[in-house]
Each structure stands twice: as C-alpha cells, then as structure tokens.
Write a protein of this length. Sequence first.
Length: 146
Amino acid sequence: MKRLTVRAQGSTSAARSAVWALVADANTYPQWGPWSAGGYDPEATGPGRPGMRQWFRYGRRTTSHERILEVDEGSRIVYTVERGIPVRNYRAEIELTDAGSGTLVSWSAEWDRTVLGRLVQRKLRVVYPEIMASLLRAAEVTSTIA
C-alpha cells in the first residue's frame, strides 16, 4: 500500500539538549505547541522511554494516543499513533542533529494511504510547520534563560 507523508524541518541556535528537553517530555508539549493538554498514561515512569504511552489533546475533541517505539537519547524519537486520529500504521520520527553552534530539527510522519488518511494529511501539512515554528521559538527562549 502506498504511504502518505508530512515533514517539517527547521534550525535553531539553541543547543540540542534544550530542544531535546522539549520533545522528549510529553508534559512540556502544551507549553510550546498547539496542544491543550498532554502527558503519559498512568503507569508511565518517566519521559522518553520505548514502550511508553503518551497522549495529546488538540482542540476540544481530538486526543491522540501514541506509543514510543525507539529512543536515541538526545537525538531521536520514533513513535506511532495508536488511536485518536483516523490513520493506519502511522510512524513518526523526530530527529535532532548538530548544525554549527545550533540544532537542526526534522519531524516527519508516514501512514497508509486511505481516504481518511488523506484528510489527515491535508490537516497535518498545515499543522506540522506550525508545530516546528513553535518548537523552535520555545527552544530559543529556553536556551536564553538557561
């Protein structure tokens, strides 16, 4: 089956550790992104571990539930959406790489091409760049405070 994709990329003068602190902890997402709430399922023991389940509320009615698949501490998180948005086999990756004195951030996702999946793609093509811009702004603020 063909796959649908969305991607956003940006760079910041903030250190990779400052960006990582934001993307590795679901509790921080509502502070810098479009989510009204976020966190971990009750049995979670801490952020950013494979197998952990996290959730994010977007607007009043949409809550996505995700499972972290892989973590390369400080540089990469891979996750899947288990429920909450109408996609099949969703796999996303956030990758941080050093870029001069700052950080390059890449956030991408792909999922099966379905009718509902195409509608999700249309929305995420707008939302992903907004999320990236918010993340980069927050990283800049975080790094100037630290």
